[in-house]
Ligand binder design. Structure first.
Ligand SMILES: [Zn+2]
Ligand SMILES: [Zn+2]
Length: 382
């Protein structure tokens, strides 16, 4: 955070200068509750805001500090040797735990804190992305992935000991797996149990740590994996592979692997749900006469009948030639071919003469519309 001037602690807590201790405490608790990570999961500034609130509370809850601040402001406090004391708190969860005790808000902090810290811990999830072509998205495809993941150490098979050496009781915690940590806070001294930093909560450590993984039992390795992308998948959909994430700790299960699928845009088609839409340029005389013209499909070009009298915006529908429906065997969307009638340009003298003769011969029934252009647009957009 940028080192701007600290804010006025009264302003931070939203109390006036005559507020008594009970008011200050109440204001801080209310604010802290709002910034609680279980409530305020998506505010990236929650931790900084909480620290600011805690610092304001440290000042206003101590009569001597409060008096110093009232007379001399933040500069006076700094000269008096006051500095907010948050070291040793790794995260906002630790901060809350220190101030209110583990789960003291009636909520859990999720994995990695509280009672779960010392037991088996599930490995974290991994997210990777995979790109497929539109044709592969239609057919389904096997995509090779390569990514880094935490795995069980190959040498010690996860127990952290050099092969052939014993695992002994941890000297630091005497086998308990936990240590007492004492920290100072505005609510007085707080004693917390934290996982032993030597054995990580297990109470036992290898006598000679595995040289490959430094005794951690886990190592980062590059993994390759083929993932089956199902037919009909859309851009931005995720495939979850249970248990293929990072390895767990202390016997915990592995996390999951999420594959975010990108379907590369195909310049020949626009995807509309399960349908594909393509544009076919038809020269005006052929639109009038009718013709057989090649149209792109996912399986390659295909001859399509353009009926006589085809108008701009008319749609030729090829049933079942769109995208397959995800996980629904045998059903697929349509390929909608939208006709764009191209009017000839840069005419030669002979062409001009032919068209002039055509124009002169046209009668009202040649030009009457079956439906309005607006009605056609509605059909098209349906
Ligand atoms: Zn190892
Ligand atoms: Zn230990």
């Amino acid at each position: 955070m940028a080192s701007t001037r600290p804010r006025d602690p009264y302003e931070v807590l939203g109390v006036d200068r005559s507020a008594d201790d009970a008011r200050v405490k109440k204001a801080f608790r209310r604010l802290a509750r709002e910034l609680h990570p279980d409530v305020n999961r998506h505010d990236p500034d929650a931790e900084e805001k909480f620290k600011e609130a805690a610092e304001a509370y440290e000042i206003l809850s101590d009569p001597e500090r409060r008096a110093t601040y009232d007379r001399y402001g933040h500069d006076g406090l700094r000269q008096g040797g006051f500095a907010p004391n948050f070291e040793g708190f790794g995260s906002i969860s630790d901060l809350f735990e220190a101030f209110f005790g583990g789960g003291g808000f009636g909520g859990s902090f999720g994995a990695g804190a509280g009672a779960g810290r010392m037991g088996p811990m599930q490995g974290a999830d991994i997210a990777v992305s995979a790109e497929v072509s539109l044709a592969d998205a239609a057919r389904g495809a096997s995509v090779a992935l390569s990514f880094e993941a935490v795995d069980r150490c190959e040498v010690c098979h996860g127990n952290g000991a050099q092969p052939g050496t014993p695992i002994v009781t941890c000297e630091r915690c005497g086998g308990a797996g936990v240590l007492q940590a004492v920290s100072r806070s505005p609510f007085g001294q707080i004693v917390r149990q934290v996982a032993c930093d030597v054995c990580g909560g297990e109470g036992r450590t290898p006598e000679s740590p595995c040289e490959r993984c430094d005794g951690r039992g886990r190592e980062v390795r590059r993994r390759t994996l083929n993932v089956d992308v199902p037919a009909g998948i859309a851009d931005g959909q995720r495939i979850r592979l249970s248990g293929r994430g990072h390895a767990g700790e202390r016997g915990g299960p592995p996390g999951d692997l999420y594959v975010l699928v990108h379907v590369a845009p195909d310049e020949r088609f626009v995807r509309d749900g399960d349908d594909l839409v393509a544009v076919l340029d038809v020269p005006a005389p052929l639109a009038a006469l009718g013709a057989t013209l090649p149209v792109p499909t996912l399986e390659g070009e295909e001859e399509v009948e353009v009926p006589a009298g085809t108008q701009p915006g008319d749609v030729i529908r090829l049933r079942g030639r769109g995208m397959p429906r995800l996980r629904r065997e045998g059903r697929a969307g349509d390929l909608r071919v939208v006709v764009d009638v191209v009017v000839p340009r840069r005419l030669s003298g002979e062409q001009r003469e032919l068209l002039e003769r055509l124009a002169a011969s046209l009668r009202p029934e040649n030009l009457s519309e079956d439906g309005s252009l607006v009605a056609k647009l509605r059909r098209l957009l349906r």
